[in-house]
Design a protein around this ligand. Structure first.
Ligand code: SF4
Length: 495
């Protein structure tokens, strides 16, 4: 029997397992963030067994049991999902101002390592200055042995400021891919799986009717099982071109690499994937875990220089949220954003957009300005005395024998004053007796029409009587409720 899951959002402490000396300490456990997916999975498990047992009773019936998670638990999930969405929007607001610092850092870090790699010819023991730092060329006995065995050795430099030896060959490669990952994610907003599935074949050309050639990136189906195409911006094109140039250095084409799909648990056929690295003797596509680790390491190193990054990290999906927020806040219609992101539902895209307060104000003001521009200019002039008099007279004209007419200002009576039949008539409860008189009169006319055989008249009278009954019921209801005080202040001197 499964224990009922906790739905409270507070953390609590539980005693840890006793130590060797028998002492126990309290371990603080955090509430689960993603409770709903577990609840849905467990419910689906129970319902699947129940469904299977109906088809194959001899095999499944003895496993069938009532689901321990009631339906109400899932309904409470709406609140949890709202909280999750708020948390994500908060995180996006927190990360957005840090994105320029992150992109600058990955670019500078790679440029430094590339400059050191270019200075590989520096004799051992000599120093080289890159930026504001001094690096000393290292060449160890291990490097010498490696050079004798393999014909080349890793390039190493000593950072004079920190005293740390850097394997520049490895560091330059890592930092190039960190830069490429950050730039591709932030310019495309693709999911991590989609990023790793990008290949040289994903880049296509499209010639517009005016002859202009547009580069397109074909995103292979992942979560929504639908292929999509996104236009390649100049910045993104620069990143893709650098990746391809790197992969084709010393060879005519992008090498073929295999990719292990962690969800499908299969290895793909070799393809010219873009996010591949040479590992051991093989070229392999990076794993999602490796990409996450790279981003974590970038944020940790950055936190040493910039306090704003302390305790913060970017995960691949954060770039998707930042991309969406940026697109929508810069005026792109949300349905176009949904198409670029591969969302089938606009609500999903809306959930990705973190609205900034200043954006709300700016957008509302521009909405008002747009609406004003659409209205005739003469509506924004001061009211004349005559117009004001007409306005006041309109309310006098709405006073009728049976009550009040609710038609809006400046609209004519469209029912030819057949008020009993009109939905705009609000009968004053004081006039219910007048309704009775009208009803008596109508009934007398009805009897005469029946006697004379005036069938058309009879039909009209029946209709009016039906409306009259409805109006009387409404007036009686209002008389039972009585006047409701709205707490509005009375004009001075009227009390
Ligand atoms: S028919 Fe309707 S709109 Fe016309 S005056 Fe009577 S209540 Fe008003």
């Amino acid at each position: 029997m499964l224990a009922r899951p906790r739905s409270s959002g507070t953390s609590r402490s539980i005693p840890a397992r006793p130590g060797r000396n028998g002492s126990t300490s309290l371990v603080s456990i955090k509430p689960r963030q993603n409770l709903d997916s577990i609840l849905v999975t467990v419910r689906a498990f129970y319902f699947d067994i129940q469904a299977w047992s109906a088809h194959e009773a001899e095999r499944w019936a003895h496993w069938a049991a009532p689901c321990p998670i009631p339906h109400q638990e899932l309904r409470a999930g709406a609140k949890r999902r709202r909280r999750t969405r708020e948390r994500m929007a908060d995180q996006t607001r927190q990360l957005q101002p840090l994105l320029p610092a992150l992109t600058r850092y990955v670019e500078d870090a790679h440029a430094t390592m590339a400059a050191l790699l270019a200075a590989a010819d520096t004799p051992p023991g000599e120093v080289v200055a890159v930026g504001s730092r001094i690096y000393r060329r290292l060449f160890t006995n291990a490097d010498r042995r490696r050079e004798q065995m393999h014909g080349f050795a890793n390039i190493r430099f000593l950072d004079e400021a920190t005293g740390k030896a850097i394997n520049v060959t490895l560091a330059e490669d890592t930092m190039f891919w960190q830069w490429a990952i950050v730039e591709t994610l932030r310019h495309t907003g693709v999911r991590i799986e989609e990023l790793l599935e990008l290949s040289q074949l994903s880049i296509r050309q499209y010639r517009r009717p005016n002859g202009e050639v547009v580069a397109l990136l074909v995103i292979a189906p992942s979560k929504t099982d639908r292929e999509r195409v996104i236009p390649v911006s100049a910045e993104l094109f620069h990143v893709l071109a650098r990746i391809i140039r790197r992969l084709t250095t010393g060879r005519p084409t992008v090498p073929l690499a295999t990719r292990y799909d962690e969800h499908e648990r299969v290895t793909t056929e070799p393809q010219p994937f873009l996010f591949q690295r040479h590992i051991g003797q093989r070229n392999e596509v990076m794993t999602t875990g490796a990409v996450r680790c790279m981003l974590d390491r970038v944020c940790l190193r950055l936190a040493e220089q910039d306090d704003r990054f302390t305790g913060l990290k970017f995960v691949p999906h954060d770039f998707r949220r930042l991309f969406t927020t940026d697109l929508v806040n810069s005026g792109l219609p949300i349905h176009i954003g949904a198409t670029l992101l591969g969302h089938l539902n606009l609500e999903t895209t809306r959930g990705y957009v973190a609205v900034f307060n200043e954006d709300v104000v700016r957008r509302y003001q521009s909405h008002l300005a747009r609406r004003r521009a659409m209205r005739p200019q003469e509506e924004y002039r001061p009211t004349t005395d005559q117009e004001w008099q007409e306005f006041e007279e309109h309310f006098d004209k709405r006073k009728l024998e049976l009550g009040n007419c609710g038609r809006p200002y400046a609209t004519p009576c469209s029912h030819e004053h057949a008020c009993i039949r009109c939905p705009m008539l609000h009968v004053d409860p004081k006039m219910i007796s007048r309704l009775d008189e009208i009803e008596t009169d109508l009934l007398a006319r009805r009897a005469r029409s029946e006697a004379e055989g005036w069938l058309g008249e009879l039909e009209g009278l029946d209709l009016t009587l039906g409306f009259l009954v409805g109006k009387r019921e409404e007036a009686l209801r209002l008389s039972r409720i009585g006047p409701v005080s709205l707490g509005l202040p009375t004009p001075r001197g009227s009390a």
